[in-house]
Design a protein around this ligand. Structure first.
Ligand code: PMP
Length: 310
């Protein structure tokens, strides 16, 4: 569901007015950078989950893409909180977007003006309502993630998401909820829009940035929770066949949250239902994000008291 106001270059405009010209550079060449952030409903009102790391990643993505942002990190933080407040959401998904707009039509694009928008939508469970409780069926994609020296996987650059679209569309056409892409060497990388955790014999494995992943904010949150629950975590290449012998697996992502995986390539993961490690992470994650439990890591920024930033 769209909201009423969109923040555009420092001011609020109506949703319908937030249009771009067809010659906008980003439309042709994917020269945009974006974030996905969630605000959760809590007893203290809406709270943004990990605002600061998201804004910081936005700025870093722009730095990598050589896009100069005409706003400071603090201004973007405040604008995100203000956009949620102004639209009266109790919970929502926030999409900050920086893009090269209309000007020159050449590929290079650095002479084109840079625009910044922030919009919000009310968005439920990304992979379906049942996904969080029962898990999803996924496939290993025939599409690989980009090789390290071709694109910049650590940056959330619009054009790079054509790769995620290929992975996702192929999975949907084959009847799966999502696809997992391998990296250029054939090791496991990540889902189209999610990081991956694999649990074998009580050890947690997750691919690292050297495997062409986006370094997810939810991944970082899950790693923190797992560490504090006392699990051993190994950052080492994950072989494809580890997916087939895993006891548990789950996706992390702002949209996907903590989503169990119940089968890969039609092979059941463990007993084919969410296991104890996955459930422990989910429990902690949802207790913190819903405000039912104190926020031990300072992950929530209350929309009605914006000074309490992450
Ligand atoms: N990988 C990709 C390719 C993604 O698009 C996302 C979603 N932003 C993630 C991983 C998960 O990152 P985060 O937890 O920061 O949303």
């Amino acid at each position: 569901m769209p909201s009423e106001y969109i923040w555009r270059n420092g001011e609020f405009i109506k949703w319908e007015e937030a249009t771009v010209h067809v010659t906008a550079h980003a439309l042709h060449y994917g020269s945009s950078v974006f974030e996905g952030v969630r605000a959760y409903a809590t007893p203290q009102g809406p709270a943004v989950f990990r605002l600061q790391p998201h804004t910081h990643r936005l700025m870093n993505s722009c730095k990598i893409a050589r896009i100069e942002v005409p706003f400071s990190e603090e201004e973007i933080n405040n604008a995100i909180v203000e956009t949620i407040r102004r639209n009266g959401h109790e919970s929502c998904y926030v999409r900050p977007l920086v893009f090269r707009s209309a000007g020159s039509i050449g590929v290079e694009g650095r002479k084109n003006p840079v625009e910044v928008v922030i919009f919000t939508i009310e968005w439920g469970r990304y992979l379906g309502n049942e996904a969080i409780d029962n898990g999803v069926d996924v496939q290993v994609s025939s599409w690989r993630r980009m090789a390290p020296d071709t694109f910049a996987s650590m940056a959330k650059i619009g054009g790079q998401y054509v790769n995620s679209q290929f992975v996702s569309m192929e999975a949907h056409d084959n009847g799966f909820a999502e696809g997992i892409a391998l990296d250029v060497s054939g090791y496991v990388s990540e889902g189209a829009g999610e990081n991956l955790f694999v649990i074998i014999d009580n050890v947690v494995y997750t691919p690292g940035v050297w495997q062409s992943i986006l370094s997810g904010v939810t991944r970082d949150s899950a790693l923190t929770i797992l560490r504090d629950l006392g699990y051993s975590i190994r950052y080492e290449p994950v072989a494809r066949e580890m997916l087939y012998i895993a006891d548990e697996m789950f996706f992390t992502g702002t949209a996907a949250e903590i989503t169990p995986i119940r089968s890969v390539d039609r092979i059941p993961v463990g007993e084919g239902k969410p296991g104890p490690v996955t459930k422990a992470v989910q429990k902690e994650f949802f207790a913190i994000t819903s405000g039912q439990k104190p926020d031990p890591y300072g992950w929530l920024t209350l929309v009605r008291q914006p000074e309490a930033a992450d």
